[in-house]
Write a protein that binds this ligand. Structure first.
Ligand code: PRX
Length: 629
């Protein structure tokens, strides 16, 4: 583990000069069933990347079995319910072993074999962690879908990877709401011919319809199983999971992560970035449905033998002090959340924070979007009490683990800067012409020019799209889709997406996907979606909508459009603002000039740049006049 800045610099240098030796050392701290023959093979032009070739392991032996001698009775998963009056659950490593082995046997008994895809659509309860690990134990590929997505989104994801089974629950609690997960799954499964089994956890005692043969209760199936399931021997490059992320065009991309490199990298980054110390309680507030949950609720912390806190609820319920209450209650040492949560909690009276004892905190983290300086300072002062280093961690679903970040207490932090690349990460800033911009005090597009172990290997079923999206803009380099600056100290500051992806409350969304959902409304002829700066969400969704007929009841139609989006994608994609327009600004070749729409959405109406190439420049005046502030 890196313990000071000199060691960081040494490791960084070593990882660049001798990457294979460097990663050999890191990988050797894990448990392998067979050691690898070669460390790395790659070709960023093809693209193809393989790590720890010939190595065999099972990530669950790293997350569970190897801890059973030293920490069988230590809490592995500490669960806090949505409802503060419901008792917490503490699952020791020993119990985790029993639960995961049983769940693994339950999968096998229901026909799941190595390589099969299993969709997990579940609430934030320990059984969801068991489900992921059970898949990994038997070598099935999990595809977790965030339980806030609609039936339509679930259908797309299940069918794209031909899942054989769905693991779900009757319902999910989220604040004062209850979401009927099973009925969403029922609707989805009408269109998913590959699914032959659906196992349902009873979380909310909802009465649900169970389709004979297909649908089974989790508690009944688990009862039949033994607690011994030998971990499948997985090749380092076998698939561990698929996780969907929005693309700037087209349907979501199923990012493929493999067993060996992902295990090594999430373990290494968890320990070093957060400077995890034996016995600490770590709380990542993400949902397991996102990559942050995969890497830093489940695999990273458990492979390091940590106590990982899993929270079912939301920060605002029963009141705006819930996070701080949970920190006090469980004496959380490391707290990792998203800027959007910080910004919303910052708006609440400080008394919600001051009521609680936060003195257990030692390290704070931020992830998912740029953190503005004001939120950074509020977090530092009021939550960290000026005593906790903040790690602003930049990474992506595609990168599998944290890429650019301070090491807690080691790297000098600077508000809003993700600071320095981790060992093994070689960023390059590119100009639009495709040249690398060397030196400091520069700005451009962020690429990574050398492989790291947890990088996605492909897009499930569409390698060409993988190449086109990530390796074609700057041949020979992985293109992140983000813009960034490097300052006089060589520190990186991520400035945001440079493509048509917007980040709303830390969730990555493709504008094209939202547009096609809006266009499903029968009154809508076409639409264009852009992001706009939003106080709490970071970015909000601004939709410009052209209707077939004049709009007589705008409020009603706006609500209908929001409902359509909510139904097709999920509530997180609902537009915040909908402006009805008679046309969109298009070039003569028919391309929408989003630059203009972005400016209007940002409230800029004077300096819209060159509009002479537009087919109908008059439309801009109309759009400016009707802009929603
Ligand atoms: O734009 C960057 C932003 O989130 C994008 C990745 O989103 P997703 O795949 O959903 O993963 C989010 C959690 C890892 C990035 O391309 N992003 C993520 N972290 C930061 C960030 N932007 C600025 N600062 C960060 N710390």
């Amino acid at each position: 583990m890196i313990t000071n800045l000199v060691e960081y610099k040494q490791q960084y240098r070593e990882s660049n000069l001798e990457p294979e030796e460097f990663w050999t050392k890191q990988a050797s701290t894990l448990l392998w069933k067979k050691k690898w023959d070669r460390v790395l093979e790659f070709d960023f032009y093809k693209p193809e990347v393989k790590w720890f070739i010939g190595g065999k392991l099972n990530i669950t032996e790293n997350c569970i079995d190897r801890h059973l001698t030293a920490r069988a009775h230590q809490t592995a998963i500490l669960w806090e319910s949505n409802d503060p009056s419901e008792p917490s659950r503490k699952i020791t490593y020993q119990q985790l072993s029993v639960e995961v082995n049983r769940a693994a046997n339950m999968l096998k008994a229901n026909g799941i074999q190595k390589g099969d895809r299993v969709c997990i659509y579940m609430p934030m309860v320990p059984e969801t962690a068991f489900a992921l690990l059970a898949c990994a134990r038997v070598g099935a590929v999990h595809s977790v879908v965030f339980a806030g997505f609609s039936a339509g989104s679930l259908v797309d994801r299940i069918n794209d990877s031909n899942c054989k089974m769905v693991l779900t629950a009757d319902g999910a609690y989220r604040g004062d709401k209850r979401i009927d997960l099973k009925s969403i799954v029922d609707e989805a499964l009408k269109k998913c011919p590959s699914v032959d089994k659906c196992i349902v956890l009873n979380r909310t005692n909802l009465s649900v319809s169970m389709q004979p043969v297909r649908d089974l209760w989790w508690h009944e199936e688990i009862r039949k199983t033994s607690d011994v399931c030998v971990a499948e021997e997985m090749d380092a490059e076998d698939l561990l999971f698929i996780l969907y992320t929005s693309g700037s065009t087209g349907k979501p991309k199923g990012m493929v992560h493999t067993c060996g490199g992902y295990a090594v990298y999430t373990n290494y980054t968890f320990k070093n970035v957060f400077q995890y110390k034996e016995g600490q309680t770590f709380w990542c507030t993400a949902d397991v449905g996102w990559i942050t949950g995969h890497s830093y609720i489940i695999y990273g912390p458990l492979s390091a033998g940590a106590t990982t806190l899993m929270f079912e609820g939301v920060p605002s319920w029963p009141d705006m002090g819930r996070f701080w209450h949970v920190i006090e209650k469980h004496k959380v040492n490391i707290f990792y959340t998203a800027p959007t949560a910080i910004r919303s909690l910052e708006k609440a009276p400080l008394s919600f924070v001051e009521k609680y004892d936060l003195s257990s905190l030692q390290v704070l983290g931020s992830v998912g979007e740029p953190i503005n300086e004001e939120a950074w300072h509020w977090y530092d002062k009021n939550i960290g009490k000026g005593n906790c280093p903040i790690v602003d961690t930049w990474w992506q679903t595609e990168t599998g683990g944290i890429m650019i970040s301070p090491l807690a207490g080691i790297t000098k932090t600077k508000p809003a800067f993700a600071t320095l690349p981790l060992p093994g990460v070689q960023p390059a800033i590119m100009d639009e012409a495709g040249n690398e911009i060397e030196g400091n005090n520069v700005e451009g597009r962020l690429t990574i020019k050398f492989p790291w172990p947890s990088m996605a290997r492909t897009i499930y079923g569409d390698h060409q799209r993988f190449k086109d999206t990530y390796f074609s803009t700057f041949p020979g380099k992985y293109f992140t889709g983000d813009g960034c600056k490097r300052d006089e100290d060589g520190y990186y500051r991520i400035t945001g997406r440079v493509d048509d992806i917007i980040i709303v409350s830390g969730h990555n969304m493709g504008t094209a996907e939202i547009e096609s959902a809006i266009d499903e409304h029968s009154a809508v002829c076409e639409s264009a979606v852009v992001g706009f700066p939003h106080d709490i969400k970071g970015q909000g969704v601004y939709a410009f909508v052209v209707t077939y007929d004049p709009v007589h009841e705008p409020i009603h139609l706006r609500n209908e459009i929001k409902d359509v989006v909510s139904k097709i994608i999920g509530p997180i994609a609902k537009p915040d603002k909908i402006q009805f327009v008679s046309g969109l600004p298009k070039t003569r070749s028919g391309k929408i000039m989003r630059r203009i729409l972005r400016k209007v959405a940002e409230g800029e109406t004077s300096n819209l740049g060159d509009t002479t190439t537009l087919l109908d420049p008059a439309i801009v005046e109309e759009i400016k006049k009707g802009a929603i502030s």
